[in-house]
Design a protein around this ligand. Structure first.
Ligand code: SF4
Length: 305
């Protein structure tokens, strides 16, 4: 079985930096991450092992001595101000490319446009984007775009992890729906997402099956799987190597591997090792690769990534 890695895959700089900063803050004392730092169970288990709590401040009963972390997904400015005013030591790990999306949306609203966010309603990044602008419409499908009422000027941004092709299709859909309206679109899909999506499009051309490694609740991982499905290629999405089953690859000669932007390199390598063992019929080695997981050596404040 030939195994090919996508030419762009795995953890992006935004997630890597957020993990690095969180590890440093957690080493200094009690720390609460406001939500999921990343939508990846392996990384969340690492953070929990460092003593990092997750949730809202009310849920974890945090005191004003607590260090709180805003995740790479960002937060609404009003929320950020409220936490600071309440006396919490706030560390903000919002990705610069999420900040760029916030700025684009704020400019469109200030310019009088009816604001539209193409993204997953309820996702942390989208909640943060819309938090300061309750009138923003969130859409993710052509049906939702069709349902938007007329406005003379629309201002459109996208969640950073949406596939660019889908975003452009929905912008065109809005233009067709309201030909008399001006539709201003700002491209806020981040470059790591674009790179992983286009690498996936190249990868699926050559493969019978693709393994996507990433968190079950990770939007960009889900979108990578969708791209493979749309191309008609069999896709298996897993969070860890242990989840892979030999039977999935019976008779398969070419397998592609990619990973979402919050997936650790160690997790990807464990997946490749297990696939190689499947290909060579070494079941015991495959089991070992699956069980290996990610080691955390003590409460050092350093994350193993
Ligand atoms: S996926 Fe994109 S926007 Fe999100 S943290 Fe990574 S680089 Fe930043």
């Amino acid at each position: 079985m030939k195994i090919t890695l996508a030419d762009h895959y795995g953890m992006c700089f935004g997630v890597r930096d957020a993990l690095q900063v969180t590890g440093e803050v957690a080493a200094a004392g009690p720390t609460t991450v406001l939500g999921d730092l990343v939508h990846n169970g392996v990384v969340q288990r690492q953070l929990a092992a460092l003593g990092v709590k997750r949730g809202s401040l009310a849920e974890v009963g945090a005191s004003a001595t607590e260090r709180v972390i805003i995740t790479a997904h960002g937060a609404a400015e009003g929320q950020r101000r409220a936490w600071r005013d309440a006396g919490f030591a706030v560390t903000d790990t919002t990705c610069p490319l999420v900040r760029k999306a916030h700025r684009a949306l704020a400019q469109l609203v200030a310019g009088g446009a009816r604001a539209v966010v193409i993204g997953q309603a309820g996702h942390a990044e989208v909640r943060g984007l819309c938090g300061d602008f309750p009138e923003v419409a969130v859409v993710e499908s052509a049906e939702e775009v069709e349902a938007l009422g007329f406005a003379p000027r629309f201002g459109v941004v996208a969640q950073t992890t949406q596939p660019l092709g889908k975003v452009l299709d929905l912008v065109e859909c809005l233009r067709r729906r309201h030909p008399g309206a001006e539709v201003v679109y700002r491209d806020t899909v981040c470059q790591p997402t674009k790179d992983r999506q286009s690498a996936m499009e190249r990868l699926v051309r050559e493969q019978e099956c693709v393994v996507v490694v990433g968190g079950r609740h990770s939007n960009n991982t889900r979108q990578l799987s969708e791209t493979a499905r749309r191309a008609g290629v069999a896709v298996r999405q897993v969070e860890t190597a242990e989840e892979l089953q030999a039977a999935w690859f019976a008779g398969v000669t070419r397998v592609g591997v990619t990973a979402g932007t919050s997936t650790l390199e160690e997790t990807v390598q464990a997946v490749v090792t297990r696939l190689e063992a499947f290909g060579n019929g070494r079941a015991e080695e495959a089991a070992e690769a699956g069980a290996g997981g990610i080691e955390i050596s003590g409460r050092t404040g350093a994350l193993a990534f």
